[in-house]
Design a protein around this ligand. Structure first.
Ligand code: 0X9
Ligand code: ZN
Length: 603
């Protein structure tokens, strides 16, 4: 791991232009930059309505992968480009930058090693525009990228087709007044106590592959909810939230005439011609730290304060309002990475073991679909420091297992991905999401090893024993609990005592004739509480019923009568196995007249 490079990446993101070193090369005067978008947006506002406004163009721009050998290399590249496409740290510290031909010429002159990844960026954008202008009727939804209107229409269609499964949820309103829409997928009524997962996309506007990935997750959970046994099992035990577009204004701007295909931030007007806060630098955990910028024009501008932006406030409040959330993946593009906390520091999270216990199987699951290798690890050391990200907050503040997936590709196409990649990419990332859910739901499986039958004796406490072997993270202190409700009343709880071998024991209270007890066991680990007998609400309905059993009611019909007397008389005599001799009411090893007397008292 090249820690020096990390520090430099951080420097790149935070360094305001005023302190850039004066390097004695001629800076390109026609440098393509995010400020182009600002100019056009400004022109849009000022222009007469009829004036044709061109979409921001990147004619002549290239995307280069630069080998950063030193801090000076990076500072120089920073002079030549203000659009870093990937911060991915490869061997020797490689990163992708968009720059003009003049910038490329300078790179050659000064001898920094580089490779042109995309020589014809504007051609590719033009080809994409031409393709998207073709009619799409009759084509499968995932055959091409979809704009915000189409995404929203698709969410509405899911609700219409599966009204008992899918409902629209929202996470507030963007700065331009667009609703941040998502769906809830659940077999249970809202408010049912179930663990929940949230999958989010398109926080960065140009990362269209993340929109399609989250839409595919939604699609699979909706369309295959009864067909695919793994999906069905998850929906038995959990609810799923999907927010495909967290930055609707920015996304719309990447599609709009007069917009900018490569826009990243939200669309806050900061001042003059400067727009946008990086929503993935606007969260409170580590806010303001390395890998975020205080310069308003920077692509990683963090805003004036944590949660200065309505989009991050909306998402934050949604997560706070759903304390049953246990897992979160925020999808971005590109680089094929699975990054878990922390991202604001290189210090390992206290839950590194648990994060890896789920994270490595997720990486394996991705590879199992199409053979693609995604690099996985803690974000700070795997990717570089990025302070103020959503997943550091959902993990650090809300206790969710969380992380960021950078989907395909590794730079051949970058943000302008061919349609042939949409489904293979979506499918391998669906596998990651599935694995996170399954691993967490099976985080601490509980086996009931001793339980009372459905009928218990009057006024006799019964014992429950369970075994649970946590596989993701350890049980919290007093984390295994027996819970019950007497006659439908308030839920009572008792900590189960450890009896060794991962076994725990506790007693259910004695109950009297005709009362009813419902009970279940829960095991609490850092990320999720699992339940037994099943991790779903119906588990609670395992009941223990006492039908006012009387010993003399030998045929269990609720009444002591001549039928019971007949049974007793037919078993008159010595009991060879006293415990198997119900008619021996006084337990003296013989059914005799004393027992008949006892039976008649009960008549
Ligand atoms: O910089 C970002 O916000 C993400 N990369 S991107 O190219 N999509 O912009 C990476 C965030 C990595 N940090 C976290 N794990 N949050
Ligand atoms: Zn991103």
């Amino acid at each position: 791991m090249n820690l020096g490079f990390l520090a430099v990446v951080a420097l790149l993101a935070v360094a305001p232009p005023a302190i850039k070193p004066q390097i004695s090369i001629s800076a390109p005067t026609t440098k393509a930059s995010a400020t182009k978008a600002v100019t056009v947006a400004d022109a849009l506002a000022a222009a007469p309505a009829a004036a044709p406004i061109d979409t921001v163009r990147f004619d002549g721009d290239v995307v280069v992968r630069v080998l950063i050998r030193s801090a000076q290399d990076l500072m120089l590249v920073n002079q030549l480009s203000d659009d870093m496409w990937s911060h991915h740290i490869g061997v020797g510290g490689e990163a992708d930058f968009r720059m003009s031909q003049a910038g490329l010429d300078t790179l050659k002159k000064v001898g920094i090693p580089f490779r042109v990844m995309i020589p014809d960026l504007q051609n590719r954008i033009d080809a994409e525009q031409t393709r998207l202008a073709q009619p799409m009727e009759g084509l499968a939804w995932f055959s091409d990228f979809k704009n915000l209107t189409a995404v929203n229409a698709r969410l509405d269609e899911m609700v219409a087709a599966f009204p008992n499964l899918v409902s629209i949820v929202n996470a507030g309103t963007s700065i331009q007044g667009r609703t941040i829409r998502g769906i809830r997928i659940s077999r249970y009524p809202a408010g049912t106590a179930l663990p929940a997962f949230i999958f989010t996309g398109t926080m960065h506007a140009r990362e269209w592959a993340s929109t399609m990935t989250t839409m595919w997750i939604a699609d699979q959970f909706v369309e295959s909810n009864t067909i695919d046994p793994r999906i069905a099992a998850v929906l038995d035990s959990a609810e799923v939230y999907v927010f495909p577009v967290q930055n609707p204004d920015g996304y719309e701007y990447t599609w709009a005439t007069g917009g900018n295909r490569l826009w990243r931030k939200n669309r806050r007007l900061i001042s003059g011609t400067t727009y946008g806060v990086d929503l993935n630098r606007n969260w409170s955990v580590g806010w303001g730290g390395s890998g975020s910028s205080g310069t308003t024009s920077n692509d990683t501008y963090r805003g004036t304060a944590a949660f200065s932006e309505p989009e991050s406030v909306g998402m934050r409040d949604f997560v706070i309002a759903h304390p049953n959330l246990v897992g979160h993946i925020d999808f971005h593009s590109y680089s094929q990475l699975w990054l878990w906390p922390w991202s604001y520091t290189t210090t390992l999270s206290p839950d590194q073991t648990a994060l890896a216990a789920v994270g490595i199987p997720m990486q394996t699951a991705i590879a199992s679909i199409n053979g693609k290798n995604y690099t996985a690890g803690p974000s700070g050391t795997t990717y570089g420091l990025t302070a103020g990200c959503i997943d550091d907050w959902t993990y650090g503040n809300q206790g969710l297992m969380a992380g960021t997936i950078e989907v395909r590709d590794t730079g051949t196409y970058g943000f302008v991905m061919p349609t042939s990649e949409i489904l293979p990419n979506a499918k391998e990332n669906f596998a990651a999401a599935m694995t996170m859910m399954e691993k967490l739901l099976a985080s601490s499986p509980i086996t009931i090893t001793l339980a009372p039958g459905s009928v218990v004796a009057d006024n006799t406490a019964s014992t429950v024993e369970v075994q649970t072997v946590p596989v993701v993270s350890t049980l919290i202190t007093n984390g295994v609990r027996l819970k019950w409700s007497l006659n439908g009343g308030a839920i009572q709880s008792a900590v189960m005592t450890s009896i060794g071998s991962n076994k725990y024991r506790a007693s259910l209270p004695a109950i009297t004739c005709a009362s009813q007890l419902s009970w279940f066991v829960e095991a609490e680990t850092k990320f999720i509480i699992t339940h037994a007998p099943l991790n779903k609400p119906t588990s609670f309905n395992l009941t223990s019923t006492n039908p006012c059993f009387r010993p003399a009611d030998l045929n269990f019909d609720g009444i002591v009568n001549s039928a019971d007397l007949g049974l007793m008389l037919s078993s008159f005599g010595v009991c060879s196995v006293p415990t198997n001799c119900p008619a021996d009411l006084d337990h003296n090893g013989e059914v005799n007249s004393a027992d008949v007397g006892a039976l008649l008292v009960e008549y």
